[in-house]
Design a protein around this ligand. Structure first.
Ligand code: GLN
Length: 378
């Protein structure tokens, strides 16, 4: 057959964004800010281009950036990753995730995917002949059922993919969740792919629980993160991943022949900016304010909400408004009310019949205001 991915179509982000623009709708669907990075960072980027850094970076990434990443992780989470052998700069976190799956998933291996799950995991698993095993989060608060998770592990389980703060639900894992995960994976050879791209966007005084904080998780983890999310620059497609040396060696075997190395001037600018600025430490507060502007404005609406605990996404539950399936309601919201969101069911392969839409609040207040007016009128 021609297709290796017969079950895969166009991503929901492309589909919804096209529909939103065709109907002139306010777009709170795909997750990206409608504002620019810090002017200081933009200045460093343009200087880096002018300083003649326009040829290949080292395969693993510019050393200054790997050092800055290593320092940041050690400062925040207390774990040291060696810049020489345990860090790779990637073309966004999606590439890091894809490369990790490519490097470790053999045909017939099982990969446990916690659902709803960001849409890039499953196609990569399929492409390399793996089988994804869906582990649904339960209830309208999307909690982990750790005993079900434990039962889903089989001798074929090669990898578990987890994601905190969680896209699309805006939930975060607690220390207790991490300890349960650590306990269940102890004495196995299972690799943990930890998608932590929203690590700096956590609210209400809570802490991000990185897999790197838990020694028995860290030894088996490839942790992916994103400069796009952290620095309001999703269009740069810059991210990184860290892992202990034996895992990173395998990761780099794939990376060097797929990507080889990523944008050099951007890496040098990001290194400088990470060293000069503590911007990312204020990111939680920055987005918490946006979440609150949005939630306060729609308090009187018929949508039900549990405030997002992290990420720049807010789920709204709409069962009081309609019985429609989320994909149908999301489409109607665009066409009739000119507001675009993401139906959560598209992130699920397993049975799912909850009534939630995902809204991105990484937007200026004028846009959040307009969206709120629409939501209040429904
Ligand atoms: N992470 C973004 C989101 O969830 C989308 C990224 C993408 O379109 N691939 O909206």
């Amino acid at each position: 057959p021609l297709s290796k991915l017969p079950h895969v179509g166009t991503t929901i982000f492309t589909t919804i964004s096209q529909l939103a623009s065709a109907h002139n709708a306010i777009n709170l669907s795909q997750g990206f800010p409608n504002f620019d990075p810090d002017p200081e960072l933009l200045k460093l980027v343009s200087e880096a281009y002018k300083k003649g850094n326009n040829q290949y970076a080292p395969m693993q990434g510019a050393l200054s950036l790997r050092e800055a990443i290593s320092e940041k992780i050690e400062r925040l989470y207390g774990t040291y990753y060696h810049p020489e052998s345990e860090i790779t700069v990637t073309a966004g976190a999606t590439q890091a995730i894809f490369t990790t799956i490519a490097a470790f998933v053999h045909p017939k291996d099982e990969v446990i995917v916690i659902e709803p799950a960001f849409d890039c995991y499953e196609p990569a698993i399929s492409l390399f002949g793996g089988k994804s095993v869906a582990m649904p989060l339960v209830g309208n608060d999307f909690k982990m059922n750790w005993s079900a998770f434990k039962s889903a592990i089989s001798p074929k389980t090669k990898m578990v993919i987890c994601n905190t703060p969680h896209n699309p639900t805006g939930t975060i894992w607690s220390k207790d969740d991490m300890l349960q995960l650590q306990e269940i994976l102890r004495d196995t050879d299972i690799i943990l792919l930890s998608d932590e791209v929203y690590e700096h966007i956590v609210f209400d005084g809570k802490l991000h629980e990185s897999a790197s904080k838990y020694p028995d998780l860290a030894v088996r983890s490839v942790i992916c993160s994103s400069f796009g999310k952290t620095f309001h620059a999703t269009g740069w497609k810059m991210g990184y991943c860290v892992a202990p040396k034996p895992l990173m060696r395998e990761f780099q075997k794939v990376h060097q022949f797929n990507v080889f190395s990523v944008n050099h001037p951007l890496q040098l600018a990001l290194a400088q900016y990470l060293n000069d600025s503590q911007h990312y430490l204020n990111l939680g507060g920055f987005y918490q304010e946006k979440r609150d502007v949005f939630l306060n404005a729609i308090k009187g609406s018929r949508f039900k909400m549990v405030p997002s605990a992290g990420t720049y996404f807010q789920l709204l539950e709409y069962s009081e408004i309609t019985d429609e399936k989320d994909t149908v309601f999301a489409e109607r919201l665009i066409k009739e009310h000119k507001l675009a969101s993401i139906p959560v069911s598209v992130f699920c392969k397993s049975d799912y019949d909850k009534k939630f839409l995902r809204f991105c609040f990484a937007k200026t207040n004028d846009v959040l205001d307009k969206a709120s007016q629409i939501l209040n009128s429904i």
